[in-house]
Design a protein around this ligand. Structure first.
Ligand code: DHB
Length: 393
């Protein structure tokens, strides 16, 4: 078999790329080791930047405008008080609550409707033929869901196989740089059967550290509390979860979260990671395959979509316009946003979490930073700009 672009990984990055390439008349084959139904049941973040929404709508995927919820700000809580950061007022932008699962569903449906070539549930994916020379043709080999071994010959391979993917290992050690950061905390995330308490998100620095209150539907709420990375789900009783959440958001306005049965519990890992460059020979990386951000600020999906926006354009110029340099520019252009996003996610994380063993100085300094953020229009504007997303042009 042959195609122009072989895409390893059928998450939002791989599917969106395949969708945009199809709109430009470029064939691709997507291979994904998970079954579609498994991805549909995976809970990820829920906030879309302004331009992520625009990208979906421009690509003909406008369910977000009907089923999503526009958020014009966030509630920043610390020291027992609420401070609203009004994105609409500060930067004339908003974000949308629309779970990644729904973005995935929209993309998977669109690929199916348009006759896109997506192979779910494949095994033993092996990419070969990637060398320093971009003219060398790579091959994506895999065993399909019926057990047949297949080989897809392509001009470019896109590694969009996520944070545990292996495509990035195809770049020899001497030709890449990996940057890591670990954090001494993690999130304990729950889905609870309860009504929505607030229409917008709460980001709080509570007595036990970070608390985030988000939502999924009118009946199901998504919440996170800071925990130890070594915690197991059994370590947290329902009482402990609710009391940590309630204490985290408590304030002089008497805010109390509606409680209900906990439907799901997960400990979410925290780390920062970047592999550079994002292109080597005929291999390009996109999304979590190239970079991971800690979840604070919900940038993971948005950054993956931003990569894809730049990559789709570069591939069009390379494959339709014979502009061999276009793909070269992809890595540098994407990495600029990747690093700005790394900084923002790191900053939001360190701003709101309690560092185990923090000194009195550290604690007071952190509260002072939050005070500055909440009381200065310039500082709040910075947060609003980063959170709603830098313009993508
Ligand atoms: C959600 C997750 C985040 O990391 C965040 O910053 C905001 C919302 C969520 O799951 O809804």
């Amino acid at each position: 078999e042959t195609t122009r672009v072989g895409i390893v990984g059928g998450g939002p990055a791989g599917l969106m790329l395949s969708h945009l390439l199809a709109l430009a008349g470029i064939d691709s084959v997507v291979v994904e080791v998970r079954e579609r139904a498994v991805i549909e049941r995976t809970h990820r973040a829920g906030i879309l930047e302004r331009d992520s929404v625009r990208m979906l709508v421009d690509a003909g995927l406008d369910r977000v405008l009907r089923d999503g919820h526009e958020h014009r700000g966030i509630d920043l809580r610390f020291g027992g008080a609420s401070h609203r950061v009004d994105f609409a007022d500060l930067v004339g932008a908003s974000t949308w609550l629309y779970p990644q699962t729904d973005v995935f569903l929209d993309l998977a449906d669109a690929r199916e409707r348009d006759g896109g070539d997506v192979r779910w549930g494949v095994t033993d994916v092996e990419v070969s033929g990637v060398t320093r020379d971009p003219a060398d043709r790579p091959v994506v080999a895999f065993t399909d869901a019926e057990g047949r071994r297949r080989e897809v010959h392509c001009e470019v391979v896109v590694g969009s196989d996520g944070s545990r993917g292996t495509c990035r290992d195809l770049v020899p050690e001497a030709s890449r740089r990996r940057s890591f950061r670990e954090y001494p905390f993690a999130w304990f995330g729950i889905l609870a059967q309860a009504p929505r308490t607030l229409d917008e998100l709460v980001y709080a620095r509570g007595p036990e550290g970070f608390v985030l209150v988000s939502s999924r539907t009118d009946e199901v709420q998504r919440m996170y509390v800071q925990c130890d990375p070594a915690d197991r789900v059994e370590d947290w009783s329902d009482d402990r979860i609710w009391s940590t959440l309630q204490a985290g958001v408590a304030g002089d306005d008497g805010l109390a979260l509606a409680e209900g049965p906990i439907l799901e519990r997960t400990v979410l890992p925290f780390r920062s990671f970047v592999q550079e460059p994002m292109r080597w020979g005929a291999l390009v990386l996109a999304g979590d395959a190239a970079h991971t951000v800690p979840p604070t600020g919900a940038k993971g999906l948005n950054l993956a979509l931003a990569d894809v926006r730049v990559l789709a354009e570069a591939l069009e110029r390379t494959l339709l316009g014979d502009d061999a340099d276009a793909l070269d520019a992809y890595s540098a252009r994407a990495l600029e946003r990747v690093w700005r996003t790394q900084h923002f996610s790191y900053w939001m994380t360190t701003l709101l979490h309690r560092l185990p063993g923090a000194s009195a100085f550290d604690e007071r300094r952190q509260l002072a930073e939050l005070e500055t953020l909440a009381s200065s229009r310039a500082a709040s504007t910075h947060l609003a700009e980063c959170y709603t997303g830098w313009p993508t042009g």
